[in-house]
Design a protein around this ligand. Structure first.
Ligand code: FES
Length: 121
């Protein structure tokens, strides 16, 4: 499997990894095909994502996606965060090998799950 340099650097040094204490909401999703799991924590104030962290038990691609996604959403409004697409993430990473494209869904799904829960409160 050939990963771009950017995927490898995010995998080796993921940004925003860990648990966010006092998170406003947490989203968790699993990928039924591989069993990998991603959790995303958001701290939201006045509709702005002030802080974000993730925990991912998964492949290198899933970790790189989580890292890039958390960088992207930090400081954005909820609405803008919801507009981030899988393609944007994959492009930002300089592409993903075809069998790993599904891994990028995990990040988006966890983000949407967290926001959905927040909005229900
Ligand atoms: Fe499971 Fe990548 S192989 S998320």
């Amino acid at each position: 499997m050939i990963y771009s340099d950017k995927v490898i650097s995010h995998f080796k040094k993921p940004h925003n990894q860990g648990v966010l204490k006092n998170a406003s909401t947490v989203g968790e999703v699993g990928n039924p095909s591989c069993g990998d799991v991603m959790k995303i924590y958001l701290k939201i104030e006045n509709n702005i994502i002030k802080d974000v962290k993730f925990e991912t038990l998964g492949c290198a691609a899933a970790i790189a996606v989580s890292s890039v996604l958390t960088d992207m959403v930090k400081g954005k409004s909820i609405d803008d965060a919801l507009k981030i697409t899988r393609k944007q993430i994959v492009d930002d990473l300089g592409g993903l090998p075809e069998p790993k494209i599904h891994c990028s869904m995990l990040g988006i799904e966890a983000l949407h799950e967290a926001i959905k829960k927040y909005e229900k409160k």
